[in-house]
Design a protein around this ligand. Structure first.
Ligand code: KIV
Length: 274
């Protein structure tokens, strides 16, 4: 007897078919509880390796491991039901060879049950992407600013500001799309270039700091909620949770210190002995 999943999740081919259609809504999440909220409104939940910065206070994503990604991927899968969950491949888990990428991606899919993986890099990763896709692993590409290359880039600067620097980024987009990626994250790329890439390739582009010209958008949840101490300049804040959380913690600490903290009798209806 086969067991059917009660709720059908979005799939990579469904996201692929949204090219030139309804914009794709994507946010990051690393935990079950935020995943449940994001799931109500988003087509795709990205378990990004930005969890290294957000959850662990790391300066870069370089130290993030495959085990860290799998642990949070499982949490997000437990918290969500509808969105396609995409798990990032961390630095060092896929670049050495297409075989290494395959083994790492298989671990991610088997141990989290997510629907796709994401990896950074354009032309240099095209052969690997084709290898994975041919073997049943849906891949989301990531071009433009690729944070895992911070040590060779030198800084997290926007890409393609001058027209003269567009060609390698365009070539990356075309290579990733031709290799079979079902969509491509385009990060920190100037609007005219993001538009040109979106018009050129036949899979959806998902922008982050790359203008509304893309087929969809992604943000780091904590950045748009006002919870990150240093969010990128391009992020529009849709909430300011930092001060709200601080005020709540302050109120709790004050209650505890002044012994105004409600005791269990408040819940159980017990009367203190005179
Ligand atoms: O790790 C991440 O959150 C990402 C997004 C910024 C696209 O890759």
């Amino acid at each position: 007897m086969s067991v059917q999943a009660a709720v059908k999740r979005k799939t990579a081919p469904e996201i692929r078919s949204r090219k030139n259609g309804e914009p794709i809504v994507m946010l990051t999440s690393y935990h079950a509880h935020t995943a449940a909220l994001v799931d109500r409104y988003c087509d795709v939940i990205l378990v990004g390796d930005s969890l290294g910065n957000v959850m662990h206070g790391l300066e870069t994503t370089i130290p993030v491991t495959l085990d860290m990604m799998i642990l949070q991927g499982r949490a997000v899968m437990r918290g969500s039901q509808h969105a396609l969950v995409v798990v990032d491949m961390p630095f060092g888990s896929y670049e050495a060879s297409k075989e290494q990428a395959f083994h790492s991606a298989v671990r991610v899919l088997k141990e989290t049950h997510c629907g796709a993986i994401k990896l950074e890099g354009g032309v240099r990763m095209a052969e690997t992407i084709a290898f994975l896709v041919e073997r049943g692993i849906p891949v989301m590409g990531h071009i433009g600013l690729t944070p895992q290359s911070i040590n060779t880039l030198g800084s997290f600067r926007a890409q393609g500001r001058e027209e003269g620097s567009w060609a390698p980024i365009e070539n990356d987009a075309v290579a990733v799309a031709q290799a079979g990626a079902f969509s491509v994250v385009v990060e920190a790329v100037a609007e005219p270039l993001a538009r040109k890439i979106t018009e050129t390739i036949d899979v959806p582009t998902i922008g982050i700091g790359a203008s509304a010209a893309c087929d969809g958008q992604v943000l780091v949840l904590e950045d748009m909620l006002g919870l990150s101490p240093r969010a990128p300049k391009f992020v529009r804040r849709y909430g300011n949770l930092g001060p709200m959380i601080e005020a709540a913690i302050q109120g709790y600490a004050a209650d505890v210190r002044s012994r105004a903290f409600p005791g269990p009798e408040h819940v159980y209806g017990m009367k203190a002995k005179a």
